[in-house]
Write a new protein. Structure first.
Length: 720
């Protein structure tokens, strides 16, 4: 089941703007940024109602949406991910900080790095503790305090008293006033802008008995070192941990039992069960238990990072315990000189001057010792406040006067606007009237234009009829030309077949004669020369025939191109004819190549034979009759090889001639189908002309089944 959307879509679209505005206003350093959890808390506090915050499902859904928006900002390069103390921090990216108007500023960011940063941002934001929304305000106050105390002047300890008189003598009021006038502990805060706000001191120790003096110094009995601010942070962490332990938990019993078993093994570690999850208070990360056990959390407790966090916490705790005041009861010397009463005016709650005066007087009344306080600082502050109030009153009077003047100007402008609106309404009415008149005139003009268009359509129909008749005549002429060309090609093919047959017979007779006349070498050489010359003449004749066929094919291509320009509807048929002619020419070229190869082989063989004969002649003069017999046997074997080779070539030529015959038969089948299609198209055009000329008469349309049958016959013939 999908979770319900707890956040409004219009508000959800404002999350990127809110986040970028918040980060830009904080003015972080280069190595600092906003924490991911604080961004989530601020977005939820800004865009969610209180009723929806109480619903857990709506909170988780809204949290996922905020994380998705932050991930998208990181992927787009608006935000940049920083890891500070193994925690995700976000600041504005280089593209958001770059000047858009500056053309020279070029920033190149790797898209893969952005994707990795976005995934890491999502995982790091999902990890961590879901702290309540009430802590967002405390985090903001802490961040504001850190920003305010940045670069502040260090705290100056109070000066030690130079001279201590006898303890039995009491100080006079004049001496107290003189010594306290330049005291470090004044009523007003330090007037310097870069000063740090002083922390409140712990309350004085309660008196031992009622008989002792109340004005006896309880806090300044012995000098003590100033506390480190980290001690207060450690104290705050302990307070938060104790508060979390008191919260209600809905974890299962097996989880609490497992954690109780881990506590004696790790006594210094801090962890707890929280709503089915294990919260590590040292690392501030939640862990999900696996397989109803705490084995994965046990591995985390043994890890180096967790051990380092625990040791750091223990170190901070040790410094904190050293700086804590001792709870041992201190004996008070009543004869010790009385210390001045410490009074602070800068408390957390804002109070008026009357409340401060009443509190001061009540403390003075309750003190039995003789004390005096210098109030010159309060008087100066009251005078300054009165001056400021008077200035603000004068400023408010001026603002009222200017606002009254603005109201008068606005009334005058409203009157002017009402006059302008009336004049514009009159102009609009006049324009509407003119527009209506223009529409009427345009309707009349459109009617005339439609009539002229109808006349032009009639003229175009007549022209189309004439063009159709012209195309019919051209098609008939083209059909006659194709028939004539077909007849001429048939005659040439028959002639070439007869010539090839005669040439084959001659070759066979010549080969037989060569076989019979192998006894004499000189006769063989002469006859072979004659055969070569005849083969050359035959090859030249074949070349001439091929050239003639190529010229004819070129003429056919030119004519076909002209017909394509005239009749675009017959492009498919003409392309079929061109393909067939190209195939025929390719076959003829193949034949020519095969004959040339045959001639080359014969020449090579003859050259080899001549070389061998020369060698044998030289050997005959030096060798015996036995070598002559061996040579005759070799010659006989060579002649047999030549006969076998020639017989193979003759067989291959016969196969090629058979293939040519099959191609001619296919061509004879395709041509009548083309003629039939042309006749059918002529009939169809005649019927269309009849329909155009005589639309009222009923005309019997040609059946589409017959046309499909004809097309199928033509396709099958072409495929064969």
């Amino acid at each position: 089941m999908s979770r319900p959307l707890a956040m409004d879509l219009t508000r959800f679209s404002r999350i990127p703007e809110f986040v970028t505005k918040y980060i830009r206003e904080q003015n972080f350093d280069e190595d600092d940024g906003a924490h991911g959890r604080t961004l989530i808390r601020l977005c939820l506090e800004e865009f969610l109602d209180e009723t929806k915050r109480q619903d857990r499902e709506s909170m988780t859904a809204a949290k996922d949406e905020v994380i998705a928006s932050v991930k998208r900002l990181v992927a787009e390069g608006v935000l940049c991910l920083l890891k500070k103390d193994n925690k995700p921090h976000f600041r504005l990216g280089p593209e958001a900080l770059a000047d858009k108007n500056d053309k020279e500023s070029t920033i190149v960011v790797d898209a893969q790095q952005r994707g990795r940063d976005a995934e890491e941002a999502e995982t790091s934001m999902l990890e961590g503790e879901d702290t309540p929304l009430e802590e967002a305000e405390a985090d903001r106050h802490a961040a504001g305090y850190a920003e305010m105390t940045r670069g502040a002047r260090p705290f100056v300890p109070p000066p030690a008293e130079e001279d201590i008189s006898t303890p039995s003598r009491k100080r006079r009021r004049i001496e107290i006033a003189a010594s306290d006038s330049n005291s470090w502990n004044s009523i007003s805060p330090i007037p310097h802008p870069n000063s740090t706000p002083r922390r409140r001191r712990p309350p004085p120790v309660s008196p031992l008995s009622g008989s002792r003096r109340r004005s006896a110094p309880m806090d300044f009995l012995s000098p003590r070192k100033q506390r480190d601010p980290r001690d207060y942070e450690a104290e705050e962490q302990i307070r938060q941990q104790l508060f979390k332990q008191e919260m209600k938990d809905t974890s299962p019993p097996w989880l609490t039992q497992g954690l109780e078993m881990l506590r004696p093994r790790y006594p210094d570690d801090l962890f707890e069960a929280q709503n089915g999850m294990i919260q590590c208070l040292d690392c501030r990360r939640p862990f999900k238990p696996a397989n109803n056990g705490v084995s994965n959390f046990d591995t985390h407790l043994r890890s180096k990072t967790h051990r380092a966090c625990v040791s750091e916490r223990l170190r901070n705790m040790s410094t904190y315990q050293h700086t804590l005041p001792s709870t041992k009861m201190i004996d008070v010397d009543l004869n010790f000189q009385q210390a001045p009463l410490t009074v602070f005016a800068n408390k957390q709650q804002e109070r008026s001057v009357k409340d401060i005066a009443n509190e001061l007087f009540s403390k003075l009344d309750g003190d039995t010792g003789m004390t005096s306080i210098r109030l010159s600082m309060i008087d100066s502050r009251l005078a300054a406040m009165n001056n400021k109030v008077n200035e603000q009153r004068g400023h408010f009077d001026k603002v009222l006067e200017s606002s009254q003047k603005c109201n008068k100007d606005m009334k005058e402008k409203l009157n002017m606007l009402s006059d302008v609106i009336k004049s514009t309404e009159e102009k609009c009415e006049n324009q509407v009237r003119d527009f209506v008149k223009q529409v009427e005139t345009s309707d009349f003009k459109n009617g005339e234009q439609l009539r002229t268009m109808s006349r032009r359509m009639m003229d175009l129909e007549g022209r189309c009829e004439t063009k159709l008749s012209e195309t019919n005549t051209r098609i008939a002429r083209y059909n006659q030309r194709t028939l004539d060309q077909y007849d001429s090609t048939n005659e040439r093919i028959t002639k070439s077949e007869l010539e090839s047959k005669t040439k084959l017979e001659q070759l066979s007779s010549q080969i037989n004669q060569l076989v019979k006349k192998n006894k004499s070498q000189d006769e063989l050489i002469a006859k072979l020369d004659e055969v070569i010359a005849k083969f050359q003449s035959q090859a030249e004749e074949n070349r001439k025939d091929v050239q003639g066929l190529q010229e004819q094919s070129q003429e056919l291509e030119v004519r076909i191109k002209e017909l394509e320009r005239e009749n675009k509807g017959q492009e498919d048929e003409i392309q079929d004819l061109l393909a067939q002619t190209q195939l025929h020419t390719e076959e003829l070229q193949r034949q020519r190549d095969s004959e040339e190869n045959f001639m080359k082989t014969i020449r090579d063989q003859m050259q080899a034979h001549f070389e061998q004969t020369d060698r044998t002649i030289k050997k005959l003069s030096t060798e015996n009759e036995d070598r002559m017999e061996l040579m005759e046997q070799q010659m006989f074997n060579r002649i047999k090889a030549i006969e076998d080779h020639s017989s193979k070539k003759i067989r291959s030529l016969e196969k090629k001639y058979v293939e040519q015959k099959e191609n001619i038969d296919r061509f004879e089948i395709v041509v009548p189908t083309i003629l039939e299609d042309a006749r059918a198209r002529d009939e169809y055009l005649d019927e269309l002309a009849k329909l155009i000329t005589e639309p009222e008469e009923e005309v019997v349309y040609p059946s589409p089944k017959k046309e499909k049958a004809r097309r199928d016959v033509r396709r099958t013939s072409v495929a064969r």
